[in-house]
Design a protein. Structure first.
Length: 400
């Protein structure tokens, strides 16, 4: 069983919720003080000319955004819905609007709602934006999102660039984009945006990738006679779900970043990050009470309250999600329990895909125990097929 510590305050809340709950427990618990400490540490360690935006898609719940807002430089949104949510609750925070397939109505809304920078994904999107900005008499800053061709494609489990993908435009489009921009006065090119991958766990590889972006932009500045002042290097820093005690080396990364940026210090660039998973995953816990335990052939199964309709992360990533067992000691004498076995943890759905973790060795597990999944604060509840089987939603508790 993966080892890592659940903070006492999270454990206490889980136990209190179970004590208060009429039915077996199923809940998300978010540790906001831990989130605050984590983000402050990351942001403070960034070199001076760097900004950290939060990619709202990772977890858009209001208490999470309210915790992050004073600590990050702004929010990155990727749909009209996220833009509306952020602008409704944070009327003045700097906002970046990115993402493929933006509707004209969403682009127009972005022009009306004080979006600092729009990341343009295609030549057609650029033309649409020029027309809309002209119509509104509104000047809008943009970055062009470029899918860089790399001799060695980046290797993580989730790749958005460096090979053919629908994200951004290829380098060969820059010429035409600049021609479009030269014939209008309302759209200002501030720089370039890259987000080639997610799940990056290797700090040195990420530094190499960023170095590659910066060297490329420097070349484009010369080639196209441009002066740009902003480079968005995306998000993509990962969480090590398989070995939770070996996480991305933020300290090494920010130290190395200062060295990389020193090589370009003659350039007036602001470097922007738009991270999601690496910022919020660790603050969230999904707690599922064990309803039943049974053997089938050689395999033991524990059926937990809830399922992948609440917590799709393990199914989406095809991994065994890390968890800890909070023993409760209140199972009845005739209820099953297992000791020193490998267990497969499943939910309540009528599908064999409703699995949190397969064949994980555990010291013991009883009906009534609380299985607590860690790193459930990003791409978890909000990416789940919540309506399937019409089970109720889990409780949601934010520790202040
Ligand atoms: C353009 C863009 N930026 C940022 C992110 C956030 O990525 P992550 O959560 O891996 O940091 C994503 C995620 O898909 C993205 O597509």
């Amino acid at each position: 069983m993966p080892v890592s510590d659940i903070p006492n305050r999270v454990e206490q809340v889980a136990r209190d919720l179970k004590a208060e709950s009429r039915d077996p427990l199923c809940a998300y618990i978010y540790d906001l003080p831990a989130l605050r400490t984590h983000i402050a540490r990351i942001v403070q360690a960034l070199p001076d000319n760097c900004d950290m935006f939060y990619a709202v898609k990772a977890n858009p719940t209001l208490p999470v955004l309210q915790t992050l807002a004073p600590l990050v430089h702004g929010f990155e949104v990727a749909s009209g819905g996220e833009l509306d949510w952020v602008r409704t609750h944070f009327p003045t925070i700097p906002v970046i609007f990115g993402g493929p397939g933006k509707l004209e109505s969403e682009l127009d809304d972005a022009l009306a709602r004080n979006v600092e920078v729009i990341h343009v994904e295609s030549l057609l999107e650029l033309r649409r934006l020029c027309t809309l900005a002209e119509r509104r008499n509104h000047t809008q800053d943009i970055l062009l999102r470029i899918n860089l061709e790399l001799d060695t494609a980046p290797s993580t489990r989730l790749t958005m660039g460096g090979l053919p993908t629908p994200f951004g435009m290829e380098e060969g489009c820059i010429d035409e984009a600049l021609r479009i921009l030269a014939h209008q006065a309302r759209i200002r090119l501030r720089g370039f945006h890259f987000h080639l991958l997610s799940h990056q766990l290797d700090a040195q590889r990420h530094l190499d990738l960023i170095d590659r972006y910066l060297a490329t932009v420097q070349r484009w500045e010369q080639e196209f006679g441009l002066t740009i002042d902003q480079i968005n290097v995306g998000g993509g820093i990962g969480i090590n779900y398989l070995e939770p005690s070996h996480q991305f080396d933020w300290e090494g990364f920010t130290g190395g970043l200062a060295e990389v940026l020193a090589r370009y210090q003659h350039r007036p660039w602001r470097i922007r990050f738009e991270c999601g998973r690496a910022l919020t995953a660790a603050c969230g816990y999904y707690v599922a009470e064990v309803l039943d335990i049974k053997a089938c052939g050689e395999e033991w199964f524990a059926i937990c309250r809830g399922g992948t309709h609440h917590f799709r992360t393990p199914a989406a990533q095809s991994h065994n999600h890390p968890f800890q067992i909070l023993k409760t000691g209140d199972n009845q004498r005739d209820e099953p329990a297992v000791a020193k076995q490998s267990i497969t943890l499943v939910g309540q759905l009528c599908t064999p895909k409703d699995v949190f973790a397969r064949q994980v060795p555990i010291p013991s597990l009883s009906v009534g125990d609380l299985v607590t999944f860690e790193y459930a604060g990003a791409y978890a509840w909000n990416i789940s097929h919540q309506q399937f089987l019409m089970h109720p939603a889990p409780q949601e508790v934010f520790i202040e």
